[in-house]
Every structure is written in C-alpha cells, then in structure tokens.
Design a protein around this ligand. Structure first.
Ligand code: SAH
Ligand code: SF4
Length: 371
C-alpha cells in the first residue's frame, strides 16, 4: 500500500472516456481513424492490462507516449487502509490528492462480488438517519476518483457488480458519475455489464430525468431509489429532499424512466424502528409502487453512535416482508453486512479516523446492503 496522494496538477488519464482520448489524439494531428484506434489501445493498457506508466504502452510511438506523459497523470488511487469483516465484507479507504478520504466496500455473496463505491466526499442531502448526511458535502469526486475505486480493487478481485451506495448522492455529481459509468461499462474499459451496475439516489428528480436522457443503450445502469418512507410527512421527516421533490413527483420521474422489458427499478426502504415499520406502511408502499415495475429492498436500519433512530424488531421487518410478498410485490430483506467493521454508508470514514489515530478497533453496528 502506498500513502502518496494523487497530484491535482495534471488532468488524470482515468477521467477520459474513449471518445475524449480520440479527440485528444486528433488535437495533435492524428487522423480520426488512427486516433480511435489509439484510444482503444490506451484503454486496453489502462483497464485490461492495468499498467501504471505510459512507458509500458509499448505499441504506441515514443512521441505519443511522451505526449501523454507530459499532459496526464496516471498514478493509481492510493489505498491507505483496509479491514475485513467476519462475514467476508472488506472495506477500503482511499486517500485523495487533497488529503480527504473516501470509502469503498467489497461485499461477497454466493453468486457475486459487489463493490459499493462513493461518489462524493460527504453528502449534502442530510438524511437524518445517515452518518454521511451529518458530514455535509465536502466535494464531488472527479471521474478518475470514481473509476479509480473500481480499478484498484479489481486488481485483486473479480468484481461482478457495482453499486453507487457508498458516500454521497451520485445524482448530485451527475456528470462525473455518468462519465465514470461510460468508462466502467465500455467493452474496452472495465467492461461491466449494464445490468450489474446500479445507481442509487435519494430522489433528485431533475437529475433522474437528466440521467434518463444522458445514459442510453449499452451505458444505461439500473436505477435504485431510496424511498425510506410510505407517505410525504414521514419521508420528509427523515429525508429533507422530500420537501423539494415529494413522493408523487419522484414516482412520476420513475414512471418516465425508460426500462427495458423485464427490468425493474429497485426501491430501498430503510426500516426505522417505530417510525416506518408497520403493516400500514407496507400497504402504502404497495399502493405507491403498484403501477411501476419494481422490487423492494427492506433494509433494517443500522444505528450509528449518536443516532436518534432505532434498529427495527426482526418480527416487524419480517411481517412487512411477508405482507408484500403475499400481495405479489417482489420484496427482499437485505441483511446488513460488515457490521463489525463499520462498513455502512458513511461510517467507514469516521471509523478510520479512530482506527488510524488510536489504532483501536471499534465494534459498532453498521451495514451495507447490496442491490
Ligand atoms: N445517496 C444515495 C446512495 C448512498 S446511500 C442514496 O441515498 O440512495 C445508500 C443506501 O444506504 C440508501 O438507501 C440509504 O437509505 C441507506 N442507508 C444510509 N444509512 C443507513 C443505515 N445506517 N442503515 C441502513 N441503511 C442506510
Ligand atoms: Fe446522502 Fe444517501 Fe446518506 Fe441521504 S442516505 S445523506 S443521500 S448518502
């Protein structure tokens, strides 16, 4: 592991889509067809062979390599910390050029290995139950910082799924998230299947509509919505974003989200003890989603120290689950992963501060739920 952080001085090569690279080559006089060919070669070196210097791109001319060296940064995103849960979940901390840190989590399950990545340092949405929400927004991640999390962890692991469910609101950093997706899904890039990539949002309606237009065809990820409430007053209490975009406005945008046949939108529902955990809530959720191809992930809340909300009773979560299943709603309970290593949304960063500063292992409840 290295502790050197990325230099901000030059643009980063991992921020460039293949079309950006082709344009770069054309700007130095390479004819279009050859520029496209070069951009594919560079992508192969970066994302298939995962090389770490332009010098290693031996099928490019010396002059081209020199041009890239002069103009672009290629250093890897430095991993500074990693920890493994008893359940196999691993969390990683990356250090950014400005000293800020972000988390990524690897979550193994029977048939897949999911990476949960961050899109921002902190988050502006201030959801009351979420530790990241208490931090406020520090900054958006650059494209290379989003791609870098996947690239680095893919060097030692065969990742099958990507979820944008780490720190931050991905649709509050829409352009960079879209560009990163275009790199992650490019066949000559990291070559993820669009069905294995999920963007989760708290419900920024204009950005959902923009993404609907922005990412089409081969680059279209799955959409997940953090519903977390069954009526406006309840949702608003925990998610301030509901004041700007209420449930009806949000679900209208979901109805307009173009879905391929047999695909569904995932609705995440964090079950907060005593707040949104009744059968009446389940019935309201059923009605809200009745005309949307959807599946519901019930996520038992994982309280963090100082949190004003409680973990729900298992019996209540199971009753909601049964109620939905009995009425043909595709519902799942997503059990928490990585509890012993604080691997939940926003909790890694706080844990790391303590772990790095006092070298004492914390054991507090936390969760990451997979899509
Ligand atoms: N900002 C995006 C994605 C990151 S949060 C969003 O809100 O959708 C990913 C998921 O974790 C969200 O569904 C959120 O509701 C959930 N979450 C946040 N804190 C949690 C906690 N302490 N326990 C369980 N789920 C939590
Ligand atoms: Fe931000 Fe998502 Fe946490 Fe809300 S739940 S504060 S949107 S990271």
């Amino acid at each position: 592991m290295t502790s050197a952080a990325l230099s901000p001085e030059k643009p980063h090569i991992f921020s460039l889509r293949m079309s950006d690279l082709a344009e770069e080559f054309m700007s130095i006089g390479v004819p279009e067809k050859k520029a496209r060919y070069h951009s594919r070669q560079v992508f192969h070196w970066l994302y298939h062979r995962k090389i770490t210097s332009f010098e290693q791109m031996t099928d490019l001319s010396k002059l081209t390599r020199q041009h890239l060296t002069d103009k672009y940064e290629i250093a890897a995103l430095p991993k500074v910390f990693e920890q493994k849960s008893v359940d196999g979940t691993q969390k990683f901390l990356f250090k950014l050029f400005d000293g800020k840190t972000i988390e990524s989590v690897l979550i193994p399950s029977e048939d897949r290995l999911t990476i949960c990545i961050s899109s921002q340092v902190g988050c502006a949405m201030a959801c009351k139950f979420c530790l990241t929400g208490t931090m406020g927004l520090m900054r958006n991640l650059g494209v290379h910082e989003i791609v870098g999390q996947v690239l680095e962890l893919s060097k030692n692991a065969n990742i099958s799924n990507i979820v944008f469910m780490g720190m931050g609101e991905p649709l509050h950093n829409l352009e960079n998230v879209c560009r990163a997706i275009e790199i992650l899904l490019n066949q000559d890039g990291l070559n993820f299947s669009k069905r294995k990539v999920t963007v989760s949002t708290s419900g920024l309606v204009p950005a959902i509509r923009k993404m609907n237009e922005r990412l089409k065809g081969a680059y279209r990820p799955n959409l997940a919505i953090s519903l977390n409430g069954s009526y406006d007053a309840q949702r608003e209490e925990v998610m301030p974003v509901n004041k700007a975009f209420d449930i009806k406005t949000l679900l209208d945008a979901c109805r307009d989200w173009e879905l391929e046949p047999h695909r569904r939108i995932t609705f995440e529902y964090v079950v907060l003890g005593g707040l949104n955990d009744t059968l009446e809530d389940a019935e309201r959720v059923r009605r809200l989603l009745a005309d949307i191809p959807s599946k519901v992930n019930l996520i038992p809340y994982n309280p963090h120290p100082g949190s004003e909300y409680a973990r729900p009773d298992d019996a209540k979560v199971n009753a909601m689950h049964r109620y939905l299943l009995d009425r043909d709603v595709a519902a799942m309970v997503r059990h928490s992963r990585g509890r012993d290593i604080l691997a939940a949304c926003g909790q890694l960063r706080s844990a790391k501060k303590e772990a790095l500063e006092s070298a004492s292992a914390e054991t507090a409840p936390a969760a990451v739920a997979t899509a």
